[in-house]
Write a protein that binds this ligand. Structure first.
Ligand code: DLL
Length: 435
């Protein structure tokens, strides 16, 4: 793989600032953001008053912990525009979550917010190893989802040539990669695997493709998956994180030269990690739920938003801004199986370490009698698809999961292609338990 480390002089000055400079900037911006939310969004005025706190009570960033949280149901209750802090006619763009779990959450951006979003995504793409003049194949979905259009903004800001393919039509994805010869691809890791399958189906060598880097996010993925994808395409695989409530993609990104967790663009998003049960801040470096406060957003300021994503904060390395460890999973995706907490990423790790199995999987939960059961639906690699080989790799996965996670599961190994493929975010859990 080629060395894609960006030249230091191409970084934004704040990426090379000292911790003191970053903290000073955050303090000013936190004061602005709290005041802006309090003055312009009735929800925040009410919630601050109920907690007996005022924006002027913030002296240092540590004081933020005294302010109340914002949660998903607060956003749903304000559907569609009640959390906007500027008049509707100053909103330049609206995005929304898919709403598969209920009421969609709607977010808005002023022209200034779109500029900031473009800036942080450009920074993310550059950290991933893309540079002005490179060609980007953007296979995140375009539409209300923030992936496609968010990446597009950053690609424009960095001066890339963008191919706005969006998700789906996998045969065409491969055709365009082969014909246009992109340097980078932005896509969910699970859809990257579908594109990989299609390469193989067409008898093409993915390692011979022009791709130098894949920038993967929108869903959890493991370092084992990174190695699989890097090896299959002979390219770098880096992690990009974000969520629509905070901005979209580009809240945090790995640096291609270190791949040691995601640097949070702390000049725009202030992170905290809390104990999800008590709401108290955890010790520096401990795992917990990630909470974000926006520092510069005009249309949709957001204060102490509970993301439900589980991770830990780490000091800066390639940049001075702090890192978050790769997200283990969302608290809502945590399965409690007979008393043991399990995340789909743990199953992914076991699967990737088992010979004869392809990297696609889903987890089916059922309750045949009174006990919950988990069945891992996976598939054989084409080279090991005989019924004996499938039996052996299935048994190997059962014992690996028992050994590494401590739970007994069933494993169903199907023919190659047997597991449902994603064209965006993977659906990992099929819950068939009676509610
Ligand atoms: O998924 C934004 C995005 C688009 C990020 C493209 C990266 C690339 P939402 O649809 O609002 O926004 O979903 C946000 O997805 O709270 C996490 O649970 C999950 N997620 C996003 N990025 C990662 C990642 C976009 N790198 C939710 N690792 C978040 C793990 C991620 N989970």
């Amino acid at each position: 793989m080629k060395d894609l480390t960006p030249r230091p002089e191409t970084l934004d000055p704040i990426e090379r600032a000292s911790r003191d400079e970053i903290t000073a900037l955050q303090t000013d911006r936190l004061r602005w953001s709290l005041n802006h939310a309090y003055a312009n969004v009735p929800f925040y005025r009410k919630s601050f008053e109920a907690a007996g706190i005022h924006p002027d009570d913030l002296r240092t960033p540590a004081d933020l912990a005294r302010f109340p949280f914002t949660i998903k149901s607060d956003l749903r209750a304000s559907y569609p525009f009640d959390m906007f802090a500027v008049p509707r006619n100053r909103i330049a763009r609206i995005h929304a979550s898919s709403g598969t779990t209920g009421q969609p959450t709607v977010v808005g951006y002023t022209k200034g917010d779109l500029d900031v979003w473009g800036e942080v995504v450009a920074r993310s793409l550059r950290a991933s190893g893309m540079k002005t003049g490179d060609l980007l194949h953007n296979a995140y979905g375009y539409g209300l989802f923030t992936g496609g259009l968010g990446i597009h903004l950053g690609a424009d800001a960095l001066g890339l040539t963008t191919v706005p393919v969006s998700g789906g039509m996998t045969t065409r994805q491969v055709r365009l990669i082969e014909d246009f010869r992109p340097d980078g691809i932005t896509v969910t890791p699970s859809y990257a695997l579908s594109i990989l399958d299609e390469y193989v189906r067409q008898g093409l060598d993915p390692r011979a493709s022009s791709l130098q880097v894949g920038i993967f996010g929108a869903e959890p993925w493991t370092n084992a998956m990174r190695r699989e994808i890097e090896d299959a395409f002979d390219m770098h695989a880096v992690d990009i994180y974000g969520l629509s409530e905070i901005m979209g993609p580009g809240v945090a990104n790995e640096c291609v030269e270190t791949k040691d967790g995601l640097h949070i663009w702390e000049d725009h998003f202030y992170p905290e990690v809390i104990n999800p049960e008590t709401g108290a801040l955890v010790e520096e470096g401990e795992q917990g739920e990630l909470v974000f406060t926006s520092l510069t957003k005009e249309a949709f300021p957001i204060i102490r938003y509970r993301t439900r994503d589980l991770t830990r904060l780490l000091p800066g390395t390639a940049r001075s801004m702090r890192r978050m460890e790769k997200v283990t999973g969302r608290s809502d995706d945590m399965i409690i199986l007979r008393g043991v907490n399990v995340f789909p990423t743990q199953i992914e790790e076991c699967l990737m370490a088992t010979a004869g199995l392809a990297p696609h999987f889903q987890i089916e939960l059922s309750r045949p009698e009174r006990m919950d059961q988990m069945c891992v639906l996976c598939e054989a690699t084409p080279a090991e698809a005989t019924s004996d080989a499938k039996k052996a790799s299935g048994a190997a996965l059962v014992s690996r999961i028992k050994e590494d996670i401590g739970i007994s599961v069933n494993v169903d190994v199907s023919e190659p292609g047997g597991v449902a493929r994603s064209q965006g975010k993977a659906v990992r859990i099929i819950d068939r338990r009676p509610s």
